[in-house]
Design a protein around this ligand. Sequence first.
Ligand code: PEP
Length: 251
Amino acid sequence: MRKKIVAGNWKMNLNLNEGVELAKELKNILDADKPNCDVVICTPFIHLASITPLVGDLIGVGAENCADKESGAYTGEVSAAMVASTGAKYVILGHSERRAYYHETSEILKDKVELALANKLTPIFCIGEVLEEREANKQNEVVKKQITDALFNLSAEDFSKIVLAYEPVWAIGTGKTASPEQAQEIHAYIRSVVAEKYGKEVADNTSILYGGSCNPSNAKELFANPDVDGGLIGGASLKAENFKGVIDGFK
Ligand code: PEP
């Protein structure tokens, strides 16, 4: 069956020392009280090599992005192979901040996903509508197009390696969370879109995380939904105690 996962997204926060300290603190807390789900932290590139040896098997480590090119003259870019060489196992792709501020299109994301998979990284692939789209009741259409355009070129075998994260853009960093009913409704729809393309077994095995102002007080209610398989957590992943509170949404 599909995995339950709580993944942190540190975004552009915490210098190297602060990041290392947070990872150590989180490891100690989870060593003392084992989680009932997989736990992942996605960090800025510069933290990866320092953090992967510290957290062992207890916490998966991921990047927040990778390049859409394999290697070469792309100043400032970091390739999927470089991310994998740090011991990281995951990479967030298609986050709404990358789509909005860095103009990442489905064409670009398609290449990133392929390179991530070729380097044995698990993409945590983000999809989600903006407020105007939700208000126009276009959320299903939007997420279907995002998945179709960037992922449906994959074989069923490769698609099975993807984790999806539904993140309504209006809920990211805003303190406004999708209600458990809204989350369940669209997660079930996303699973049906996957089933239509790859069949029920692949769809049933796909982890679909919810992201958008998820915190210790709303995590349990969100994670209780049958199609919500965990969370992608921004703000609440920056303090060990808060992140643990979200992870405990599965207890
Ligand atoms: C995110 O950026 O993936 C996210 C969900 O952020 P926040 O939890 O802060 O809304």
